[in-house]
Design a binder for this molecule. Structure first.
Ligand code: NAD
Length: 299
């Protein structure tokens, strides 16, 4: 039997992801607080939902792709939320990047209603969402994962069940540490080169074949040199994710000094008006500290 899917949160990521499910032939109900976000999908054959509760009542599988933990709590656990309409045997898949502790809370609440839940955050950005090439990191029960797999395969490529509820969000937090700290390292490296009067573009090129080579040096390093700071992945969202990292570390009594540094630099950049810039713009925070801009040497 084809699963009936409800999809809540049709932003930069959610809209193209829901579009893939519709084109794959799944009966789809969509919902966003911004009515116009639904229009395109409804014109393509999706049904417009009226509340998270009503979407859940119409669906076998409910997917959420919302900004942050409070929105997920409100939409799933709140008044007229998904849980109020969810039938026993249904499956909730939250694909937003949120606190692992909230993911575990959602999973426990779904189980209490005889339903199942997976946390399945993604990496790959808008391009990955549009091309259905997202990396998907999943936490939850193996049976629920097997059930979700054909659906997730319509949206992503590298799909891994990492562990129990919350493990997907822990994996995403680990991803955001590596990306954030590497952006900071690439910023410092290219700034050092520029200050020393050595062309940062040449330095990047020279390093790309060696041990310091990475996707961040390749893509974000290039953005820094080109001053191409239109997003991409916004600083404001990466700061949200670093807060998830640090809150989770605090719950665990764990010290993560590098993550804390990066989060503070992001706070500084946001205070300087950089919230909506791509996260590669973190380099401009280092430039402020140095009172020196990377391009200045060649001007
Ligand atoms: P977005 O802000 O573009 O989309 C979120 C959508 O949720 C919006 O359309 C908003 O109107 C809707 N929404 C908010 N509250 C709602 C509610 N109560 N009921 C119904 N709809 C509601 O964000 P996005 O870029 O699509 O990101 C979604 C999630 O995916 C975030 O957690 C983000 O961190 C994560 N993520 C984003 C990217 C990226 O490159 N943009 C990459 C990986 C992961």
């Amino acid at each position: 039997m084809t699963e009936r899917i409800g999809f809540i949160g049709l932003g930069i990521m959610g809209k193209p992801m829901a579009g893939h499910l519709l084109r794959a032939g799944y009966p789809l109900t969509v919902l966003d607080i911004v009515q116009t976000a639904q229009d395109e999908l409804v014109a393509a054959g999706a049904r417009a939902g009226t509340s998270p509760q009503e979407v859940a009542a119409q669906s076998d599988v409910v997917i959420t792709m919302l900004p942050d933990s409070p929105e997920v709590e409100q939409v799933i656990l709140g008044k007229q939320g998904v849980l109020e309409g969810l039938r026993a045997g249904a499956l909730v898949i939250d694909m937003s990047t949120i606190l692992p502790s909230t993911a575990r809370k959602v999973a426990a609440a779904a189980r209490a209603r005889g339903a199942d839940a997976l946390d399945a955050p993604v990496s790959g950005g808008e391009v990955g969402a549009k091309n259905a090439t997202l990396t998907i990191m999943v936490g939850g029960a193996p049976a629920a994962f097997e059930r979700a797999k054909p659906i997730l395969e319509k949206m992503g490529k590298n799909i891994t069940l990492v562990g129990e509820a919350g493990a997907g969000q822990i994996t995403k937090a680990a991803n955001q540490i590596i990306v954030g700290v590497t952006i900071a390292a690439v910023s410092e490296a290219l700034l050092l080169a520029a200050k020393a009067g050595v062309d940062p573009a040449k330095v990047r090129e020279a390093l790309m074949g060696g041990f310091a080579s990475s996707r961040i040096l390749e893509l974000h390093g290039n953005r820094m040199i080109q001053r191409a700071f239109a997003p991409g992945f916004k600083i404001r969202l990466h700061r949200k994710d670093m807060n998830i990292v640090l809150n989770t570390a605090r719950e665990l009594g764990l010290s993560l000094p590098m993550s804390a540094h990066v989060a503070e630099l992001m706070n500084g950049l946001i205070a300087h008006g950089g919230a909506e810039l791509d996260h590669s713009a973190l380099v401009t925070m280092f430039e402020k500290l140095a009172n020196f801009e990377m391009g200045a040497a060649s001007q």
